[in-house]
Design a protein around this ligand. Structure first.
Ligand code: PLP
Length: 454
């Protein structure tokens, strides 16, 4: 048995963490999360923390689900691994693909598996470029994305994404990807501009980019229905229908990244259904297994799949763990829980609207809060130094970290991204859990105000 201090020393000495400044690990050391149950995680010192992030937007059915452990155990004994290369298959990825085709928007029917969202987006990019080559239009190879988008950390994922800090460290992006304005009204709308007018203007930025390149040069547009890591940026209601209209008009494929929004988070299986759009590809991962196994599924539309099948021959692409039998067995059991417990209906009809109401009631009047917003069980709180002018604290990003650290001390795990606090709790949260979380956030905001408004 290792003490916390010993584990922290080993962690700092040998473990390179994702998205971490390693000097911090040498100083304060990392918090060791050692177990979890229901909506809570527990650290090595016995602190119980309400997890408002569902891990990293993924543990939709909550922690401690024996059904998922049993599904993995059973599959491991029966067939722990076999691949789906070279005309082999195994049953669980087949059954999962059929289930995904059943619950996804009608426009997508075929599934390509990977282990992560980054891999799924990488695959999607290769797939759609190959599609246009097979269609006899190899010059249609550009992709339009948005600033502040997050599409993963591989070179393709980082290039597709629009995070400037990540681009600074890329040293050689995938070419032919351009980034336009995000539909983020809090910072990008003009004073007095209506939601509808801003939605049309943000969509027009995409059309302008298509026209500037020439529609015959543009392969696809990619976007998260609601930007997650960029700060839970919820677009105006008319944005997605307009984007779809523009893409169809210019014969540009619509690639939707539902790595965060998939599997119930917005009160539908997929946010594409909440917004009434029919994408050509949908990338998913995370809550497909509620994070209990690494698995991603790229859902592919009939047009793209048909061309690849009819004209493509072999597509030289795949991962050792594409369609991993154990991960797929866990996914099937996870989707079963989501369905049987009515978690999606609960988000749409009960907890989603309730979160929207209490965010406003409990936090809307706080001096540090510039705006609250939510959709289903994704929420954001904009932290400002001055409510009226929406002026931010200096340096950028500091204030939200102060709020986050107070929240963890009060027993709530939230995330700070830029000047925005974000949350994405397990779908098992009830109204009571939401009330508890609001009290903790209010306390954290009060303490942060004492630090920041001195
Ligand atoms: N796309 C979106 C929208 C994401 O939020 C993420 C991860 O947070 C990814 C892709 C990348 O997924 P992964 O971390 O599984 O590679």
């Amino acid at each position: 048995n290792f003490s916390l201090a010993q584990l922290q020393a080993l962690d700092a000495a040998h473990h390179l963490h994702p998205f971490t400044d390693h000097k911090d690990l040498r100083g304060a050391g990392s918090r060791m999360i050692v177990r979890a149950d229901g909506p809570y995680v527990y650290d090595s010192e016995g602190h119980r923390i309400l997890d408002a992030m569902a891990g990293l937007w993924c543990v939709n059915v909550g922690y401690g689900r024996k059904e998922l452990a049993e599904a993995a155990y059973k599959q491991m004994l029966e067939l722990p691994y076999y691949n789906s290369f070279f005309r082999c298959s195994t049953p669980t990825p087949v059954l999962l693909a059929q289930k995904l085709a059943e619950i996804a928007p009608k426009s997508v029917n075929q599934v390509f598996y990977g282990s992560s969202g980054s891999e799924a987006n990488d695959t999607a990019l290769r797939l759609i470029r190959q599609f246009w080559v097979l269609e006899g239009k190899p010059e249609k190879n550009r992709v339009i994305s948005r600033k502040m988008a997050y599409h993963g950390s591989t070179i393709a994922g980082t290039s597709l994404g629009g995070m400037s800090g990540m681009h600074d460290q890329l040293h050689g992006a995938v070419p032919n990807i351009v980034h336009v304005m995000a539909p983020y009204a809090f910072e990008n709308a003009e004073p007095g501009e209506s939601e509808e007018a801003f939605g049309l203007r943000a969509a027009k930025a995409v059309e302008d980019a298509i026209l500037e390149a020439g529609a015959d040069k543009v392969a696809a547009f990619i976007g998260e229905p609601i930007m997650g890591a960029g700060g839970v940026k919820i677009p105006p209601r008319n944005y997605w229908a307009e984007i779809q209209r523009i893409c169809r008009k210019h014969d540009v494929l619509l690639m939707i990244d539902e790595v965060i929004t998939g599997y119930g988070r917005t009160g539908e299986w997929f946010a594409s259904q909440a917004y009434g759009i029919e994408p050509d590809t949908i990338t998913t991962a995370k809550a497909l297994t509620s994070g209990y196994q690494p698995l991603s599924a790229l859902l592919v539309g009939d047009r793209v799949a048909e061309t690849l099948t009819e004209k493509g021959g072999e597509f030289y692409h795949g991962y050792t763990y594409s369609g991993h039998p154990v991960a797929c067995a866990v996914a099937l059991a996870n989707l079963d829980i989501i369905e049987k417990e009515g978690l999606i209906d609960r988000v749409r009809e009960d907890t989603g609207p309730y979160l929207a109401k209490v965010l406003q009631e409990a936090l809307g009047d706080h001096p540090l809060v510039g705006e609250v917003r939510s959709f289903g069980l994704m929420g954001a709180i904009e932290i400002v130094a001055d409510k009226a002018s929406r002026q931010r604290f200096e340096p950028s990003g500091h204030a939200a970290v102060v709020v986050r650290d107070h929240a963890v001390v009060s027993g709530l795990m939230m995330r700070a991204t830029g000047d925005t606090m974000i949350m994405s709790p397990p779908l098992i949260w009830t109204r009571e859990t939401i009330d508890t979380a609001m009290e903790m956030i209010r306390t954290a905001l009060d303490k942060a105000a004492q630090d920041l408004l001195k």
